[in-house]
Design a protein around this ligand. Structure first.
Ligand code: SF4
Length: 475
């Protein structure tokens, strides 16, 4: 356990009124030691909060009086004050095993922690879930949670997770649903492993055993050039088409039975299969937007002005937690607060949360210079028709092939500085280059480089259609 450290105090907040300062370590609230920001928030919700604080080696006690439920106003340095619960599975499709060496340490962290599921929307397999966890989730109403299902057949699931507890851990999913916890599910499809008849069996199993699921996304596995698993490979077009058709067939079963479609295929599948995206209404409010389901449609709605606000990145219920920043687990994309335009589209990968409509701009090209929108190969497929619809010969989309990871990594969220450097070196000087912020975490690409190291200046802009449109109109 490490005590949460205050990193900032909101002006005129209850914390400021009693003299809480950045650097203070909060040892206890009303005598209780919080394990994470969820507990911290619950304890801080009281009308009277006695804070045990360590400051410069000394312990002081501060008493806060405020309205019940009023935020304390002290931002702390991490989401979990004890250890992240790591995953004990060894999935053959795990992208973490397919990362090259030498990246930042946090990228290699395999977590399987229901708290991160609640806070950030991470998926948990529940193989390390316990009775005590269930009790806490139910008592504190830690909801919604996000659960990796992959297959409902116990043997197939255990094989996919390479963990015998994978055969039985979905009993916790049943228990969560029995207690009214909202759960969103995920199936990562690996061709030859859990597609075809196994996928049908899984979707039948969901109807039979977990019909209360709020939504279920079906996403393809990612394969990088560092993959060492002989059976893991990208889908063929025919396989992708079969997955989309299976999802549509099961939507036709779920809709009349459950009253909603429940299951959705990732955007990547439609791109791979060459099948048009479903109409926006078919996404039922885009519950799995952050998981790459419906991003292309939301981007289109934003870009064409059909909606007034970006759908944005849902960060689980993290926003609910008073004053706790995402540093330490999931960092903001840019180092500065976001305020303006952005680009990038239809991406399955996301790497953090930017403020709505965010931008960090390094303007060195003339405002009326030709504009190039940089994105991944999948994003380019979505963006090109939208940009063409503007009738602006001065704007073009440039797809950046991902050679750093290779394989089937076509999403903008996995773009790295080395690939951008290679592509931009051949591009004309004096143009404006727009870069989606989704490929950055605290101002750095996944390979550790920064936009300042690129051979052309870029404008880093938020990854939504409204922001991109605004950036293009800023001449
Ligand atoms: S559960 Fe997730 S993190 Fe763990 S091995 Fe499987 S894919 Fe990787």
């Amino acid at each position: 356990m490490s005590a949460p450290r205050v990193v900032s105090v909101a002006p005129a907040s209850p914390a400021e009124r009693v003299g809480v300062r950045p650097g203070d370590e909060i040892l206890a609230l009303n005598g209780e030691v919080p394990r994470d920001v969820i507990a911290y928030r619950l304890l801080a919700d009281e009308a009277e909060v006695v804070l045990d604080v360590r400051r410069g080696g000394l312990e002081v006690q501060l008493t806060v009086e405020k309205a019940a439920g009023e935020p304390l106003g002290a931002e702390v340095s991490s989401a979990l004050f004890d250890q992240v619960r790591t995953c004990d599975n060894h999935c053959e499709f795990c992208f973490i095993y397919q990362l090259p060496p030498g990246l930042r340490k946090s990228l290699y962290l395999k977590d399987d922690d229901y708290r991160l599921s609640f806070l950030y929307g991470n998926f948990t397999t529940l193989t390390r879930f316990t009775e005590a966890d269930l009790e806490r989730v139910v008592t504190e109403r830690i909801s919604p949670l996000h659960v990796s299902i992959h297959a409902t057949d116990p043997e197939v699931r255990a094989e996919m997770l390479r963990n015998r507890r994978g055969a039985t851990s979905l009993r916790w999913l049943r228990a969560l649903l029995d207690h009214g916890i909202e759960v969103h599910g995920q199936v990562v499809v690996c061709p030859g492993r859990n597609d075809g008849a196994v996928l049908d069996d899984t979707l039948a199993g969901v109807l039979d055993r977990y019909p209360e699921l709020a939504s279920l996304c079906v996403v393809p596995l990612g394969v990088s050039r560092y993959n060492t698993e002989p059976h893991m490979r990208p889908h063929t077009r025919a396989e992708a088409r079969a997955v989309v058709e299976a999802v549509h067939d099961w939507q036709d079963v779920y809709q009349p039975t459950l009253g909603h479609r429940l299951v959705f295929a990732a955007d990547e599948y439609y791109l791979l299969a060459g099948i048009p995206f479903p109409e926006p209404d078919a996404y039922e409010g885009f519950p799995m937007h952050e998981d790459g389901v419906g991003m292309a449609r939301t981007f289109e709605l934003e870009f064409t002005g059909a909606v007034a606000r970006p759908t944005g990145v849902a960060t689980g219920f993290f926003a609910w937690v008073d004053g706790a920043p995402p540093e330490g687990y999931r960092a903001p994309r840019t180092e500065q607060p976001s305020t303006g335009p952005g680009c990038g589209a239809g991406e399955a990968a996301s790497a953090g949360s930017a403020g709505p409509g965010g931008t960090t701009v390094t303007l060195r090209a003339r405002p009326d210079a030709p504009v190039t929108v940089l994105t991944g190969t999948y994003g380019a497929t979505v963006l090109e028709p939208l940009v063409a619809g503007l009738g602006r010969p001065d704007v073009r989309v440039l797809a950046v092939e991902n050679r750093f990871f290779g394989g089937n990594t076509g999403v903008a969220g996995l773009l790295t500085g080395s690939d951008l450097r290679r592509v931009l070196a051949d591009q004309p000087d004096g143009h404006r280059y727009l870069l989606p912020d989704v490929c950055l975490s605290q101002g750095r690409f996944l390979d550790g480089t920064t936009p300042d190291e690129l051979p052309r200046p870029v404008e880093v802009v938020a990854t939504d259609g409204i922001a991109l449109r605004a950036a293009l109109e800023r001449r």
